[in-house]
Design a protein around this ligand. Structure first.
Ligand code: PLP
Length: 277
């Protein structure tokens, strides 16, 4: 399998970062991740844009331009031919002269298989546990997933799939997805600040807006008790219902009407988007 290292296409078993890389020593770096439908990248330009934005926010310069990176990625996709796989672009802090200052960032692009998620997650929903936490520089897609990985045993012990982060009573997002509720009036609300602006979140907002009342605003923990539905969005989660958060059963505790409708609209939107791009 072929990966990308800076401006080169290399064999995956030759992809190494230096031991003095700031990503390894201090967890400093950014990444982005998108999926292929068949062999066609989904929301490619959106992910490239966010990747370069994340890099510039962390003062990291990518060794290749956006156009060069796009061409290199299309090349490895056509060589590897792994249907429905994922593409992970990683930009590290680079080899650091003193273990703390930014070096010359190293770019890696990994093409990895995506394991399908259990079908009942989409048809019945998932359980979440809450965790009080604020991600560092939340609007940037950094490589720091410390709290997500650290809490995995606790999440699994409680029969949950993931954790819902909140801070000062306000919900932000999950470890790797964005969060939405549908209130008793059918209004869809999703946090607008202190989050990573998911690409799938943006596309779901786009398809929801003509049909539903949609608000990007603070969502409080205590709204969970009275909401009708809750769902999450993300690259592999697409639109996934939430049936329970801690001890709170959301709505009827299964896939709700609005979520189900958005799942269908999202599939149509993806098909149309792929045709146009
Ligand atoms: C913290 C965080 N929030 C939200 C998302 C969802 O983003 P996207 O829809 O672009 O996959 C991710 C994706 O990994 C994430 O890491």
């Amino acid at each position: 399998m072929k990966y990308i290292h800076n401006n080169l296409i290399i064999d995956h078993d030759k992809a190494y970062a230096h031991v003095s890389d700031l990503a390894l020593l201090r967890g400093y770096g950014v990444f982005d991740f998108f999926r292929l439908v068949g062999l066609q990248p989904l929301f490619f330009d959106d992910h490239l844009e966010r990747f370069y934005n994340s890099a510039s926010q962390l003062r990291l310069t990518c060794p290749v331009s956006k156009e060069e990176l796009k061409a290199l990625i299309l090349k490895i996709i056509s060589i590897n031919k792994i249907q429905n796989s994922g593409i992970r672009m990683v930009l590290t802090g680079g080899e650091s002269p003193n273990g703390y200052s930014i070096g010359n960032p190293t770019l890696f692009v990994i093409n990895e298989p995506i394991n399908p998620l259990p079908e009942n997650h989409f048809t019945e929903g998932i359980k979440l546990i809450t965790h009080e936490y604020l991600r560092d520089i939340p609007e940037v897609k950094t490589i720091n997933y410390l709290m997500g990985i650290y809490n995995l045993p606790k999440i699994h012990e409680q029969g949950a799939t993931d954790q819902l982060y909140h801070w000062n009573g306000k919900i932000s997002e999950l470890t790797r997805s964005n969060f939405f509720i549908v209130d008793q009036n059918g209004t869809i609300a999703t946090p607008g600040n202190g989050i990573l602006k998911g690409i799938n979140r943006a596309h779901v907002l786009q398809i929801a807006k003509p049909k539903y009342d949609v608000e990007e605003q603070d969502v409080h923990l205590d709204e969970l008790k009275n909401c009708k539905e809750a769902f999450i969005t993300g690259t592999t989660k697409k639109v996934m219902p939430v049936r329970q958060v801690d001890d709170i059963v959301i709505g009827n505790g299964t896939l709700g009407k609005v979520t189900s409708d958005l799942q269908k609209l999202f599939e149509i939107h993806i098909e149309e988007h792929l045709k146009e791009n």
